[in-house]
Ligand binder design. Structure first.
Ligand code: SF4
Ligand code: SF4
Length: 285
């Protein structure tokens, strides 16, 4: 079986420095790579872009970032929309929009369900990130983005599909919009940081009549009476449960510390939630 290119992106490591974004611009703006891509215009095209997602509210608030680009799908809708083999799948998995054959074929832009294709008005061609195929064909083993990224977000790997499936299962990798059946070759690690919700809160107790953050308190999250997970409050009395489905409805929360406890019910909608300050009180026996 042939080895094919794949890219793994760990969103937990991305801090939005945008060096990869610039590296891709540097590679393609004004540079023609015959057979691979026409020059990228100086303005308006982001073949690699960085998306941002904020979760939660103060004091448990975070911003996460995710690089996005052409997914080099194995079942590529752009390919199906193209005429005259203007888009082709190489044996190594890379999808190339031919800069000559695709001239005038604006329908290719609309066909991509990921919005990964830009229209070059001057050259009248659809364009997307080429996986730096022109460099890989010269013996490169890493993309420009991976080479530029200071926090090691990217991993470019060339393996057989079976090996990639094993890596995907082992590392819990996800692809974008899997329900479309497009079979992307760009895999995301820790994608829940952008696609799932968390709930967090602060537990306080009373020590000598003074309210204090309650550290080391065990908090249990339940749904329909079934335990989903446990967390322990930190030195600020804060706890957090992650990887919850948006719009997943009602939950129960129970916090217990020696003879005191707290419990509440809440609903989870579209966004992550800070549940507020929870005050431990003497358990009723
Ligand atoms: S992400 Fe879009 S442009 Fe890239 S291969 Fe898939 S359908 Fe085509
Ligand atoms: S270079 Fe790395 S850390 Fe910076 S934006 Fe790109 S992926 Fe994120």
């Amino acid at each position: 079986m042939a080895k094919k290119w794949n890219l793994i992106i760990d969103v937990a490591r991305c801090d939005n420095c945008r060096v990869c974004f610039l590296a891709v611009k540097d590679e393609y703006i004004g540079n023609d790579f015959p057979g691979y891509s026409a020059a990228q215009p100086a303005q308006g095209h982001n073949w690699l872009d960085i998306r941002r997602k904020e979760r939660g509210i103060y004091p448990i608030l975070e911003a996460r970032f995710m690089p996005v680009m052409c997914n080099h799908c194995d079942n590529a809708p752009c390919m199906m929309a193209a005429r005259g083999e203007a888009v082709r799948k190489r044996p190594d998995g890379i999808v190339i929009i031919d800069p000559e054959k695709s001239k005038g074929q604006k329908q290719i832009v609309e066909a991509c369900p990921y919005g990964a294709i830009c229209w070059n008005e001057d050259a009248q061609v659809p364009q997307a990130w080429t996986f730096e195929a022109h460099l890989l064909d010269e013996g490169w083993t890493r993309t420009r983005a991976e080479q530029a990224c200071p926090t090691r977000v990217y991993r470019t790997i060339q393996v057989e599909d079976e090996e990639m499936q094993r890596i995907q299962a082992e590392e819990g990798l996800e692809v974008l919009k899997p329900g479309l059946g497009t079979k992307p070759r760009i895999y995301y690690k820790n994608l829940h940081l952008l696609t799932k919700c968390f709930v967090g809160g602060t537990v306080v107790g009373h020590v000598g009549g003074v309210e204090e953050c309650a550290a080391g308190v065990e908090v249990v999250l339940k749904k329909d009476g079934r335990e989903l997970g446990r967390a322990t409050t930190d030195t600020f009395g804060e706890f957090k449960f992650d990887k919850l489905e948006p719009n997943s409805g009602g939950y129960q929360l129970e916090a217990t510390a020696s003879s005191e406890c707290f419990s509440m019910r809440f609903d989870l909608g579209e966004e992550s939630r800070y549940l507020g300050v929870m005050t431990l009180a003497a358990a009723i026996t």
